[in-house]
Design a protein around this ligand. Structure first.
Ligand SMILES: [Zn+2]
Length: 468
């Protein structure tokens, strides 16, 4: 007898806490320190003193005698003495370090978005990033439940060194608590400390602590293979969803099926984004907050509409939605679903590329359908017939790898065996192949360890890739 696989799905738990003096103090001191560190780091980047950002938030500092990598602690000891002064003797290193991490990550993230290959020097791609929100991010050991009771109060050490306990709202007569906000609370570990993001409303009257819980999901069958679902942005080739095998007779669903719904809201969002962008450039002419508020509301509204349209999009030739059809097909054929995970940061999420994955995941979890959501290497570079991976082979020989995909025809042609296919079909198929490999080494999404990733990737190549 075989046992069914259980994975752990990360879910948000939102605590709404009263905005008392303790929360105000934490917010003020936290933001104050964040701003000071942000200013220092930005200046050092622009002065060419910080020349690179590496793994684990290490920064490369330029000295007269040469460059040296500094760990978080080393950097703070050397360069943030002034900024950390207000917390001296309060044993708050963990706290200030989290804030420093937030700053460094932000600059590294911006550079990655600006220059995907990190080829330009840091200072040429990254300038000053103004802290836009009032939010604060705290790492793993900031909060705990008083007496290990998840239904009790939340405790944390404030930036004054004071231990603070706050209650959180469990119900609301007016229904103002977001539905499901604390639905997954029972899955939080009562005796462990935890990290969270504190979200503050603009008027500083409300605070929400957003934590997470690992919720077990048990799949109801062992998948006999996977269906890869490739999601595409490009309008040119109209391959919105491409499948690794035909689903109820269709190998793909073009977005042009949904002109009056999905496409229409995307056009509206594009237009709204243009407006906000133009306004951001005119620094000296502040937009009236009323106008800005209106615009923000419109963006929100269109995103909600967009989400609804995607969830309700009918699978051509059936009476089911796309998500339903995919899940029903998977169930009937005892297959798992390999979902294309969003590759880039939120900045590219203009059209909410995660809306389809989220809807698919929700339905899979509801029905107990096995699914894998993972960044897949080589989706567009691996030949589905011979396993040849363009990048690996040619990089070894010092030859610049081919793109393999013709941008005019969207056809992928393999330099190893010469076969060719639609590039999005290649992508979908590689998702399925990769998912099957991950299952074979028992690495379902959720227990995929970051430090194992390089090894997993290597073993995939050795197993599957035939070098020509
Ligand atoms: Zn090939």
């Amino acid at each position: 007898m075989s046992h069914m696989k259980t994975i752990f799905s990360r879910k948000a738990v939102k605590f709404i806490v009263p905005f008392n003096e303790d929360i105000t103090t934490l917010q003020e001191k936290g933001r104050g320190f964040y701003k000071a560190v942000n200013k220092k780091v930005a200046r050092m980047i622009n002065d060419g003193k910080i020349i690179d950002i590496g793994n684990r938030n290490k920064v490369l500092v330029q000295y007269e005698w040469g460059a040296e990598w500094k760990t978080e602690a080393q950097f703070m000891n050397e360069f943030l003495i002034e900024e950390e002064k207000p917390f001296e003797g309060l044993k708050l290193r963990k706290h200030t370090r989290t804030i420093y991490q937030g700053v460094v990550r932000k600059y590294n993230g911006k550079r990655t978005r600006d220059d995907k290959k990190k080829e330009k020097p840091l200072r040429e791609t990254t300038s000053f990033i103004a802290p836009r929100t009032l939010n604060l991010v705290w790492s793993d050991n900031f909060f705990k439940f008083v007496d290990g009771d998840v239904n009790g109060n939340i405790e944390f050490k404030s930036l004054t060194g004071k231990k603070v306990q706050v209650p959180y709202k469990k119900t609301s007569k007016k229904g103002r608590i977001e539905k499901n906000a604390i639905k997954f609370l029972p899955y939080m570990k009562p005796d462990e400390t935890w990290g969270a993001t504190m979200i503050f409303s603009k008027d500083l009257k409300r605070c929400t602590i957003v934590a997470s819980a690992e919720v077990p999901v048990t799949f109801k069958y062992e998948p006999e293979g996977f269906i890869g679902v490739d999601i595409n942005m490009s309008e040119v080739f109209d391959n919105w969803l491409y499948f690794s095998e035909p689903i109820f007779g269709l190998s793909k669903i073009p977005k042009s099926q949904y002109v009056d719904t999905i496409i229409k809201t995307e056009k509206a969002l594009e237009e709204l984004n243009k407006q906000t962008k133009i306004q951001r450039l005119i620094k000296d002419r502040p937009i009236r907050s009323r106008e800005r508020g209106k615009l923000r509301w419109k963006v929100k509204w269109n995103h909600r509409l967009h989400e609804k349209y995607i969830e309700n999009a009918v699978f051509p030739g059936t009476e089911m939605t796309c998500v339903d059809a995919l899940c029903t097909y998977a169930e009937q054929n005892k297959k798992g679903i390999a979902i294309d995970s969003v590759k880039s940061g939120n900045q590219n999420g203009t059209f909410g590329q995660d809306k389809i994955p989220n809807a698919l995941i929700a339905e899979c979890e509801k029905r107990g359908i096995p699914y894998i959501l993972t960044p897949t290497p080589y989706t567009s570079r691996r030949c589905i017939d011979c396993g040849h991976v363009e990048a690996e082979y040619y990089a070894n020989k010092g030859i610049k790898p081919n793109k393999a995909r013709d941008s005019k025809t969207n056809i992928f042609t393999c330099r190893g065996c010469g076969s060719s296919h639609d590039a999005d079909f290649v992508g979908a198929t590689n998702l399925a192949v990769w998912a099957e490999f991950l299952v074979s080494v028992d690495q379902w999404q959720g227990d995929l360890m970051k430090d194992k990733w390089a090894l997993i990737k290597r073993s995939f190549l050795f197993k599957d890739v035939k070098f020509p």
